[in-house]
Design a protein around this ligand. Sequence first.
Ligand code: FE
Length: 195
Amino acid sequence: MTGTHSDALISRRVRRLETLLEERGVVAGAALDEVIDAFLSGASPANGARVTARAWTDAAFRARLLADGTAAVGELGFAAGGVQTQRLRVVENTAHTHNVIVCTLCSCYPLRLLGPSPSWYKSEAYRSRVVREPRAVLEEFGLRLPPDVEITVWDSTSETRYMVLPRRPEGTESLTEPELAARVTRNGLIGTAEV
Ligand code: FE
Protein backbone atom coordinates (compact mmCIF):
# COMPACT_ATOMS: atom_id res chain seq x y z
CA MET A 1 0.00 0.00 0.00
CA THR A 2 1.37 3.39 -0.89
CA GLY A 3 1.76 6.20 1.60
CA THR A 4 -1.03 8.17 -0.01
CA HIS A 5 -3.50 5.30 0.19
CA SER A 6 -2.56 4.60 3.77
CA ASP A 7 -2.91 8.27 4.74
CA ALA A 8 -6.33 8.45 3.13
CA LEU A 9 -7.39 5.33 5.00
CA ILE A 10 -6.21 6.67 8.34
CA SER A 11 -7.86 9.96 7.53
CA ARG A 12 -11.20 8.26 6.84
CA ARG A 13 -10.98 6.22 10.03
CA VAL A 14 -10.13 9.25 12.11
CA ARG A 15 -13.02 11.24 10.64
CA ARG A 16 -15.42 8.36 11.37
CA LEU A 17 -14.22 8.24 14.97
CA GLU A 18 -14.56 12.01 15.20
CA THR A 19 -18.20 11.85 14.06
CA LEU A 20 -18.97 9.15 16.61
CA LEU A 21 -17.39 11.07 19.47
CA GLU A 22 -19.22 14.24 18.51
CA GLU A 23 -22.56 12.50 18.11
CA ARG A 24 -22.22 11.06 21.57
CA GLY A 25 -21.28 14.45 22.96
CA VAL A 26 -17.87 13.28 24.12
CA VAL A 27 -15.93 16.20 22.66
CA ALA A 28 -16.62 19.53 21.02
CA GLY A 29 -16.05 19.52 17.27
CA ALA A 30 -13.64 22.44 17.11
CA ALA A 31 -11.30 21.12 19.81
CA LEU A 32 -11.28 17.69 18.24
CA ASP A 33 -10.61 19.10 14.78
CA GLU A 34 -7.52 20.75 16.09
CA VAL A 35 -6.12 17.57 17.62
CA ILE A 36 -6.91 15.53 14.52
CA ASP A 37 -5.38 18.08 12.18
CA ALA A 38 -2.28 18.12 14.32
CA PHE A 39 -2.11 14.33 14.28
CA LEU A 40 -2.61 14.05 10.53
CA SER A 41 -0.06 16.75 9.78
CA GLY A 42 2.68 15.17 11.87
CA ALA A 43 2.61 17.41 14.93
CA SER A 44 5.99 17.20 16.65
CA PRO A 45 8.39 19.36 18.64
CA ALA A 46 10.86 18.57 15.84
CA ASN A 47 8.85 21.05 13.75
CA GLY A 48 9.30 23.85 16.26
CA ALA A 49 12.96 22.90 16.58
CA ARG A 50 13.39 23.19 12.81
CA VAL A 51 11.79 26.64 12.83
CA THR A 52 14.10 27.67 15.67
CA ALA A 53 17.27 26.43 13.98
CA ARG A 54 16.32 28.30 10.82
CA ALA A 55 15.75 31.49 12.80
CA TRP A 56 19.16 31.08 14.47
CA THR A 57 20.94 30.72 11.14
CA ASP A 58 18.95 33.05 8.90
CA ALA A 59 18.48 36.59 10.19
CA ALA A 60 15.94 37.52 7.52
CA PHE A 61 13.81 34.48 8.38
CA ARG A 62 14.09 35.32 12.07
CA ALA A 63 12.81 38.84 11.38
CA ARG A 64 9.88 37.48 9.37
CA LEU A 65 9.15 34.90 12.08
CA LEU A 66 8.92 37.53 14.78
CA ALA A 67 6.87 39.86 12.59
CA ASP A 68 4.37 37.26 11.38
CA GLY A 69 4.83 33.78 12.82
CA THR A 70 1.96 32.25 10.88
CA ALA A 71 3.38 33.28 7.50
CA ALA A 72 6.99 32.44 8.37
CA VAL A 73 6.32 28.89 9.55
CA GLY A 74 4.22 28.49 6.40
CA GLU A 75 7.45 28.99 4.43
CA LEU A 76 8.76 25.80 6.04
CA GLY A 77 5.60 23.89 5.19
CA PHE A 78 3.82 24.32 8.51
CA ALA A 79 0.80 26.09 7.13
CA ALA A 80 -2.11 26.69 9.42
CA GLY A 81 -4.67 24.02 8.66
CA GLY A 82 -8.01 23.04 9.99
CA VAL A 83 -11.39 24.62 10.31
CA GLN A 84 -10.33 27.53 12.44
CA THR A 85 -7.10 29.26 11.58
CA GLN A 86 -5.02 30.33 14.51
CA ARG A 87 -2.47 33.05 14.45
CA LEU A 88 1.01 32.07 15.59
CA ARG A 89 3.03 34.63 17.45
CA VAL A 90 6.67 33.82 18.12
CA VAL A 91 8.24 35.51 21.14
CA GLU A 92 12.00 35.73 21.39
CA ASN A 93 14.15 35.16 24.45
CA THR A 94 17.10 37.52 24.85
CA ALA A 95 19.76 38.18 27.48
CA HIS A 96 17.26 40.43 29.26
CA THR A 97 13.86 38.93 28.55
CA HIS A 98 12.46 35.46 28.97
CA ASN A 99 9.10 34.28 27.65
CA VAL A 100 6.87 31.47 28.79
CA ILE A 101 3.54 30.31 27.38
CA VAL A 102 0.37 29.13 29.06
CA CYS A 103 -3.34 28.85 28.43
CA THR A 104 -5.00 29.99 31.62
CA LEU A 105 -8.48 29.08 30.36
CA CYS A 106 -7.89 25.59 29.06
CA SER A 107 -4.97 24.09 27.16
CA CYS A 108 -4.47 25.98 23.87
CA TYR A 109 -1.09 25.11 22.47
CA PRO A 110 0.70 25.24 19.09
CA LEU A 111 0.27 21.49 18.52
CA ARG A 112 1.70 21.36 15.04
CA LEU A 113 5.02 22.85 16.12
CA LEU A 114 5.29 21.39 19.61
CA GLY A 115 3.53 18.04 19.34
CA PRO A 116 1.04 16.85 21.95
CA SER A 117 1.11 19.05 25.03
CA PRO A 118 2.55 17.65 28.26
CA SER A 119 0.04 16.93 31.03
CA TRP A 120 1.53 19.56 33.33
CA TYR A 121 0.76 22.22 30.72
CA LYS A 122 -2.93 21.37 31.11
CA SER A 123 -2.77 21.19 34.90
CA GLU A 124 -4.62 23.68 37.06
CA ALA A 125 -1.43 24.25 39.07
CA TYR A 126 0.67 25.33 36.08
CA ARG A 127 -2.11 27.41 34.50
CA SER A 128 -2.80 29.42 37.60
CA ARG A 129 0.66 29.64 39.13
CA VAL A 130 2.82 30.51 36.14
CA VAL A 131 0.93 33.79 35.77
CA ARG A 132 1.22 34.77 39.44
CA GLU A 133 4.72 33.54 40.21
CA PRO A 134 6.52 32.69 36.95
CA ARG A 135 9.98 32.87 38.46
CA ALA A 136 9.14 30.34 41.16
CA VAL A 137 7.46 28.01 38.66
CA LEU A 138 10.45 28.18 36.29
CA GLU A 139 12.77 27.37 39.19
CA GLU A 140 10.73 24.25 39.85
CA PHE A 141 11.49 23.28 36.26
CA GLY A 142 15.17 23.78 37.06
CA LEU A 143 15.39 27.08 35.21
CA ARG A 144 16.97 29.70 37.40
CA LEU A 145 17.04 33.06 35.64
CA PRO A 146 19.19 36.00 36.72
CA PRO A 147 17.13 38.54 38.73
CA ASP A 148 17.53 41.21 36.03
CA VAL A 149 15.88 39.02 33.38
CA GLU A 150 12.31 40.11 32.86
CA ILE A 151 9.79 37.28 32.47
CA THR A 152 6.76 37.69 30.24
CA VAL A 153 3.93 35.15 30.38
CA TRP A 154 1.86 34.81 27.20
CA ASP A 155 -1.68 33.60 27.63
CA SER A 156 -2.99 31.67 24.62
CA THR A 157 -6.45 32.20 23.23
CA SER A 158 -8.55 30.38 20.67
CA GLU A 159 -7.22 32.83 18.05
CA THR A 160 -3.58 33.19 19.03
CA ARG A 161 -1.02 30.55 19.87
CA TYR A 162 2.49 31.31 21.04
CA MET A 163 5.87 29.68 20.58
CA VAL A 164 9.03 30.75 22.35
CA LEU A 165 12.14 31.30 20.25
CA PRO A 166 14.89 30.18 22.65
CA ARG A 167 18.31 31.78 22.76
CA ARG A 168 20.95 30.07 20.67
CA PRO A 169 23.38 28.34 23.04
CA GLU A 170 26.93 29.67 23.24
CA GLY A 171 29.63 27.77 21.38
CA THR A 172 27.33 26.47 18.65
CA GLU A 173 28.75 28.61 15.83
CA SER A 174 30.07 25.60 13.92
CA LEU A 175 26.91 23.52 14.13
CA THR A 176 24.74 22.87 11.09
CA GLU A 177 21.05 23.70 11.04
CA PRO A 178 19.96 20.08 11.74
CA GLU A 179 22.53 19.85 14.57
CA LEU A 180 21.13 23.04 16.06
CA ALA A 181 17.58 21.75 15.72
CA ALA A 182 18.58 18.63 17.67
CA ARG A 183 19.50 20.85 20.62
CA VAL A 184 16.03 22.38 20.88
CA THR A 185 13.62 20.81 23.35
CA ARG A 186 9.86 21.05 23.62
CA ASN A 187 10.16 22.76 27.00
CA GLY A 188 12.53 25.26 25.41
CA LEU A 189 9.73 26.17 22.99
CA ILE A 190 7.27 26.54 25.89
CA GLY A 191 9.78 28.57 27.89
CA THR A 192 10.18 26.24 30.86
CA ALA A 193 13.75 25.40 29.80
CA GLU A 194 16.51 27.38 28.12
CA VAL A 195 16.88 25.33 24.94
FE1 FE B 1 -6.95 26.93 25.85
